[in-house]
Design a protein around this ligand. Structure first.
Ligand code: GLA
Length: 681
């Protein structure tokens, strides 16, 4: 069956994914509305969906619910997806349908305003292998108009007996705290006004009726592919409906112009609880968003936590030797290799090797890293400048600022305005030159501050688009280059960044116990194969917590393992243990990075082909209580699974129905790695 079919008599479009359907229709007045978002329907069943409720003509009607993009025209009182100002002051769009196109899985609905020459095109893109539907909006006006808001899409689950909203909040070193709560009757705004995706909120949500679990229940979810300011408004009406609208920008911004395309706001419906919703996201992100997701990400070493700003050729070489000994495959030199960057007060913007620290340039270090059998990676923060830099002295006007106002410095740095073509060109040129002139295989693209004094106009989106375009060009010109997205840790974790990077630096907090919750929130939407995680020193420099090397490894092995500790201070025994654990990770990493992820109680399970990997964690011991068996999930009940380490053989049905006691050492913050292989009959 085709992905999109049109029922001309009823003016409705049936969008079919492998397990779900979405039906969009037109009301009598041409308003596009969602008629169904749920289980898969046949054409007959879709035709039998009731017509959308007619407007009752009362001021007190709940009009606007169910609309695909809520405008301000007429009797609509909800949070508008589209706020447009025409010359002369008219607002809103009064819909007039002008046609549609279906190109395989891509449906475009063309509409225009009844009075003004403004066209609005609603896009829907489906793919045969995923339940995720991508939606975005395009606007074209004959003369410049002002936009206060232009969301990508509004999403409308069916009326439910109750509602629960899942989303992530956080802060620096505390990203991705999963929140699950009943949304109030009213409007709930999830947003970033910082010019970056933010640590405080992440642009996704899940909605269920309050009954879903990790394994069961209907879940509706959406995630926005945008790396700057964004807003999602969830509206729950007193009458019992819930919908949300979302897109880039935030309140108070205006754009003047004649054409806009929004970022993608993707959505999915799932019946297998939060876990199945997450797995559908992971599959979608790996198959259709990330550029090289099928590759297995290497183990990297990063020198930041070891040396901070004390970077030098000799000490980097010493670290590289130890990193290679521990099994690292990429050696990444972090901050402070360039210009006059010896602290966070100077040097950003001067992207040439510091001549005192690297008298022969970067090549001697790169050659040594290669000699040790590793690839070389480098940190950069292209969007930033310290006022104490040659770049700023030459171009003080290149930063985001408002004439006459003080330029707020955050971490002693200012934000370069990449929406200005000459600034973005400068950044692209030096990056291109740096990668062309050196054997650099990996770039960590950082962004350690937020916008301030930003003009509330086009630059909010223009800057992000320029970042995207520089990354896209770099990747096209240097196909071997792999990129890590970083923004003071996970401040730019989103589908927009994932589309042009290979992994995300999940958080500056590498404390293994804290990481468990950060990783739990991350994997709600984003796949483990993009989740960079380092093993660093104990006690942890941020939290002071002491944990065993095995525990730190087992937490970091749940994603893309890296090493970030001061290896110069590790004992021979620790280095040997690290090398053995890196070896163990190399054995399981295909299962972790490419397998299906299941969040269990106090554990994460990955399944790929006949292999099952479980990483189980125990918090501080309480009252000497005996362990609770860990029930695995998604196994073949009729199969037997052999423990690759002990040789024990388990029935699949018993692993899921009874579970097993993980072989934890007798300690606080203990962990266990279980490797099972399905036996061939
Ligand atoms: C940010 C990053 C860190 C490190 C520092 C360097 O905080 O998240 O990993 O690169 O910048 O200044």
């Amino acid at each position: 069956m085709s992905l999109v079919t049109f029922d001309a008599a009823r003016r409705r479009w049936l969008l079919s994914t492998p397990r779900t359907s979405y039906v969009v229709g037109l009301k009598d007045d041409d308003t596009p509305v969602c008629l169904h978002w749920g289980p898969r329907l046949s054409a007959d069943q879709a035709a039998a969906l009731p017509e959308p409720a007619a407007f009752m003509g009362s001021s007190f009607d709940e009009s606007g619910t169910g609309e695909e993009l809520l405008t301000e025209a007429g009797a609509r009182f909800g949070a508008a997806s589209l706020q447009i100002r025409f010359p002369g002051g008219d607002t809103g769009i009064e819909w007039r349908y002008t046609g549609h196109t279906i190109d395989a899985g891509h449906l475009t609905l063309r509409l225009r305003d009844r009075v003004h020459p403004a066209e609005v095109t609603l896009h829907y893109r489906l793919r045969p292998d995923t339940d995720v539907i991508e939606r975005w909006t395009e606007i074209a006006a004959e003369a410049p108009v002002t936009l206060l808001r232009c969301d990508s899409a509004a999403w409308n689950p069916p009326p439910l007996p109750g509602y629960r909203l899942s989303h992530a909040t956080g802060g620096w070193a505390a990203e991705n705290t999963l929140r699950r709560a009943e949304p109030p009757v009213g409007e709930t705004v999830l947003t970033s006004r910082r010019g970056i995706t933010s640590h405080q909120a992440n642009p996704w949500l899940m909605i269920d009726a309050g009954e879903a679990t990790e394994e069961h229940g209907e879940v509706w979810s959406a995630a926005l592919a945008w790396s700057g300011s964004w807003r999602i408004t969830v509206a729950r009406t007193p009458g019992g409906r819930l919908s949300w609208t979302g897109g880039f920008g935030h309140e108070g911004l205006t754009w003047q112009g004649a054409a806009w395309t929004t970022p993608v706001f993707a959505g999915l419906y799932s019946t297998g609880g939060y876990g199945a919703a997450s797995r559908t996201w992971h599959h979608y992100v790996n198959e259709h968003v990330r550029p090289a997701a099928r590759e297995t990400r290497p183990v990297l070493y990063n020198s930041w936590e070891a040396v901070g700003f004390e970077v030098g050729e000799e000490s980097q070489k010493r670290l590289a030797a130890l990193a290679a000994r521990a099994g690292a495959e990429v050696f990444v030199m972090d901050d402070a290799w360039f210009g006059g960057r010896t602290s966070d007060r100077a040097g950003l913007g001067d992207w040439w090797p510091n001549p005192e620290r690297f008298p022969g340039g970067l090549t001697p270090l790169i050659e040594e890293v290669h000699r040790l059998g590793m690839r070389f990676g480098l940190w950069a923060e292209p969007e930033m400048v310290n006022p104490d830099s040659d770049l700023y002295r030459a171009h003080p006007d290149w930063v985001i600022h408002q004439p006459g106002r003080e330029r707020t410095e955050l971490r002693h740095q200012l934000f370069l305005d990449f929406s200005r073509p000459e600034v973005a060109d400068w950044a692209h040129k030096w990056l291109h030159r740096l990668v062309s002139e050196h054997a650099i295989d990996f770039l960590k693209w950082d962004c350690n501050r937020t916008f301030t004094q930003a003009d509330p106009g086009e630059m909010w989106a223009g800057h992000v688009r320029a970042v995207y375009s520089i990354l896209d060009r770099l990747r096209a010109d240097h196909p071997h280059l792999r990129v890590e997205a970083c923004s003071g840790g996970g401040g730019r974790t989103d589908l927009g960044m994932m589309a042009r990077t290979d992994q995300v630096w999940t958080s500056d907090n590498a404390d293994a116990a804290d990481r468990l919750s950060i990783q739990h929130g991350f994997t709600q939407i984003y796949p483990a194969g993009a989740m960079a995680a380092w093993v660093t020193d104990s006690p942890n420099p941020l939290t002071g917590r002491r944990t065993s090397l095995a525990y730190r490894f087992h937490v970091a092995m749940a994603g893309v393992l890296g090493l970030g500790g001061d290896l110069l201070n590790w004992s021979e025994q620790e280095l040997d243990e690290a090398a053995a654990l890196v070896g163990m990770y190399k054995d399981i990493r295909d299962v972790v990075q490419h397998g299906e992820l299941r969040r269990l109680r106090g554990a994460v399970q990955y399944t790929l082909g006949d292999r099952v990997v479980v990483l189980a964690y125990k918090g501080p011991a309480a009252f000497g209580a005996p362990g609770v068996p860990l029930r695995l999930s998604g196994l073949d009940p009729d199969a037997r699974y052999r423990d690759e380490d002990t040789g024990a053989v388990h029935h699949g049905v018993l692993l899921t129905a009874r579970g097993l006691i993980p072989p934890f050492p007798h300690d606080d913050y203990a962990s266990a790695l279980i490797r099972l292989r399905k036996e061939q009959l």
